[in-house]
Design a protein around this ligand. Structure first.
Ligand code: HSE
Length: 428
């Protein structure tokens, strides 16, 4: 019999348990496809005695994931604990130092320490695989590093936080305000222990930074991601954007511009009828554009036991088959330092404001936009109430700098009843 590939799995939460279940239930299929068995030698988790709905007594137990990572009977350390630092990082470093390959679902750890970990792994002749870290079951890392490797990638986009997409689509469908849907999501158990990771765009920003590194051959630069969460999105904007033919999504966009690498994770308007506009509930979508392939759209479950464990097992099977690809698709030491470009690419913007209902009010706003070089594409006024005039404007493409110049000048017009809302429209 060919030598088995022996795993040490640290972390027995949803994803860890899902991984053990697939490895047990599909052992014959996995062996047939890899040409060798994949076995579990040892496991580790915070609490030992808990019934996790899957038999674990056949595996050695380690209290300390670092000890697990160093075991002689472990070939691949499977890190499913999470957390950017602490035990996850310590055990991953220990595994690499002990000559093990690593499979992880840990986006936070890789977004912050990925460059150092990848360099250490490659210096030791080891691989780190992380399909499960980005968009759960969607094979977007494999798409970028393997199937599309012959393309120059021009843009990567994604809705990569299912919780935010659930909140935004539920606000839309039920007409509920943000706070009510946030509380509903909390009750359904959709939110991370620290909800800011979800609604603040941090989790999705980690994922975008990882994709950008592979797409553009640059060092992971999470700090350079322009992050904005969904907390300020109002039901008013959801409804008004819909009136103008758009949906609001927490959208990640990475593209290389003449000024450097632009990485944004922020609420954007996308056309209702586009694939991203039609994405409902907790589902994720990744859109990749390559010079040869054109546009690829990948859609699927971005979280959950089965989908995320599916990605972990796929990575483990690649290692069992002998597939060894650099963590970010090319040797980590050769990745470039990309200059960060902040919202360099021009875009149309959606502007919502309430004006004082008096002659010349709209003309003053139009003048301010014109003076900043911003042209109006579409405009709509709603019923005036109590001397207040709600106005929506969709601009032609303009730069963020021009938009900020206009927004800064607007209070000086003396016709604003409240601060204007501005949201980028992404052409998808
Ligand atoms: N909290 C994430 C989401 C799942 O809602 O998509 C894991 O990244």
């Amino acid at each position: 019999m060919t030598q088995p590939l022996r795993l040490g799995i640290a972390g027995l939460g949803t994803v860890g348990v899902g991984t053990v279940k697939i490895l047990r239930r599909k052992a014959a299929l996995i062996e047939a496809r890899c040409g060798r068995p994949v076995t579990i030698s040892a496991i580790s988790a915070r609490t030992r005695g808990r019934d996790r709905g899957v038999p674990l007594d056949g595996y050695a137990w380690e209290d300390d994931p670092v000890t697990l990572a160093r075991r002689d009977d472990v070939d691949v350390f499977v890190e499913l604990m999470g957390g950017a630092d602490g035990p996850a990082k310590a055990a991953t470093e220990a595994a690499i130092a002990a000559g093990k390959d690593v499979v992880t679902a840990n986006k936070a750890m890789l977004a912050i320490h990925g460059q150092a970990l990848a360099e250490a792994a490659e210096a030791a002749g080891r691989v780190i695989r992380f399909e499960a870290a980005v968009a759960g079951g969607i094979p977007v890392i494999k798409a970028l590093t393997e199937a599309l490797a012959g393309n120059e990638i021009t843009r990567v986009m994604g809705v990569m936080n299912g919780t935010c997409n659930y909140i935004l689509t539920r606000m839309q469908s039920a007409g509920l305000p943000y706070q009510a849907v946030f509380e509903e999501a909390a009750q359904l158990g959709y939110l991370e222990a620290d909800p800011e990771l979800d609604v603040g765009g941090i989790d999705a920003g980690h994922k975008l930074a990882l994709l950008a590194s592979i797409a553009f051959g640059t060092k992971v630069a999470f700090d350079a991601v322009e992050l904005e969460g969904i907390q300020a999105i109002t039901i008013e904007d959801i409804k008004r954007a819909s009136d103008m033919g758009y949906r609001i999504k927490l959208l990640g966009v990475a593209q290389m511009t003449g000024r450097g690498l632009e990485q944004r994770m922020s609420p954007c308007l996308v056309p209702k009828k586009s694939p991203l506009g039609q994405l409902e509930g907790g589902t994720n979508m990744c859109v990749i554009e390559g010079d040869a392939v054109g546009q690829i759209v990948l859609r699927g479950a971005g979280a959950g036991e089965g989908p995320t464990a599916s990605a972990v097992v796929g990575d483990v099977m690649d290692i069992a088959r002998g597939l060894r690809i650099s963590t970010f698709g090319q040797p980590a030491a050769q990745l470039a330092d990309a200059a960060p470009a902040h919202s360099a690419s021009p875009a149309p913007y959606y502007l919502r404001m309430t004006l004082t209902d008096k002659p010349g009010a709209l003309a003053r706003i139009a003048t301010v936009l014109g003076e900043a070089g911003i042209s109006i594409n579409r405009m709509r006024q709603y019923d005036h109430e109590g001397g207040r005039a709600p106005v929506l404007i969709v601009t032609h493409k303009c730069t963020r700098v021009a938009l900020e110049q206009a927004l800064a000048a607007m209070p000086g017009t003396g016709v604003l009843e409240s601060a204007p809302v501005a949201i980028r429209i992404e052409e998808v």
